[in-house]
Design a protein around this ligand. Structure first.
Ligand code: NAD
Length: 242
């Protein structure tokens, strides 16, 4: 089977950069998106010049939609060898203002979404005794962020899930790792004002935000055979922030 990857949140900043990087690496791609249909169609058209890529609308918190995307990948590619979980939402609120619905949505997308995709991917990987799962957490899942308690808690849960699953799957030769980005220049930070972004930039020892392409380079490494002995790790990419 040619190398195949399923990417969630593929219409996003990091997800689309990951798709371009994995296409260059020779992967066939299942591009899962939840919004920006026009954007994902443009990306698929671009990538189909050099590889095979299909798109599937998937809300990762919905198990039936996740399963259906993997079934499509099985039909079109014969399975999936790499899963990249880029889907995510953020929200800035004082802890006392976070509603039960806010909390439940954050957990559903971030934690249950990761659970859903990992569980759906495993049958393809276990049979072949080969596979890679790359989860995107956050430096805030490691350090905790003020006014982002539910986001930080959800991203910390992704780290726990990654480490535990990596140990369970190590005998099956499936590597599970987590990336913990710092501030990356994507739409996710469009909620901040120019002044807030400048203040945030000043907190980064390297004095700049990361680019989606820099995160994608790490995803490319973790998806490759070069990282076959790397598992259960949380790899920071944050310009020295944490
Ligand atoms: P982004 O907003 O550009 O992309 C997020 C993607 O997730 C979007 O394509 C969105 O449609 C998708 N998404 C949202 N809800 C979904 C759902 N229920 N089901 C499926 N997809 C859904 O942001 P990004 O920066 O590319 O974020 C990618 C990942 O990186 C996220 O998990 C985010 O938390 C994480 N991250 C980002 C930063 C940053 O500073 N940008 C820092 C640390 C971690």
């Amino acid at each position: 089977m040619k190398k195949t990857a399923l990417i969630t949140g593929a219409s996003g900043g990091i997800g689309s950069a990951a798709a371009r990087a994995l296409a260059r690496d020779g992967f066939r791609l299942a591009l899962c998106y939840n919004s920006d249909e026009a954007g994902i169609k443009r990306l698929a058209k671009e990538l189909n010049k050099s590889t095979d890529a299909f798109t599937a609308k998937v809300d990762v918190s919905n198990r039936a939609q996740v399963d259906s995307a993997f079934e499509q990948a099985a039909e079109e590619f014969g399975g999936i060898s790499v899963l990249v979980n880029c889907a995510g939402i953020s929200q800035q609120k004082l802890f006392t203002d976070i509603t039960e619905a806010d909390f439940d949505r954050m957990m559903a997308v971030t934690v249950k979404g990761t659970f859903n995709t990992c569980q759906a991917a495993l049958p393809f990987m276990i049979n072949r005794k080969r596979g890679k799962i790359i989860n995107i957490s956050s430096m805030w899942g490691v350090a905790g962020a003020s006014c982002e308690v539910h986001y930080s808690a959800a991203k910390a849960a992704v780290i726990g899930l990654t480490k535990a699953l990596a140990r369970e799957l190590a005998p099956s030769n499936i590597q599970v790792n987590c990336i913990a980005p710092g501030v990356i220049d994507t739409k996710m930070n469009s909620c901040f004002s120019e002044a807030e972004l400048e203040a945030l930039k000043n907190e980064v020892p390297m004095g700049r935000f990361g680019s989606p392409e820099e995160v994608a380079a790490l995803i490319s490494y973790l998806a490759s055979e070069k990282s076959d002995y790397v598992t259960a790790q949380v790899i920071g990419i944050d310009g020295g922030f944490i």
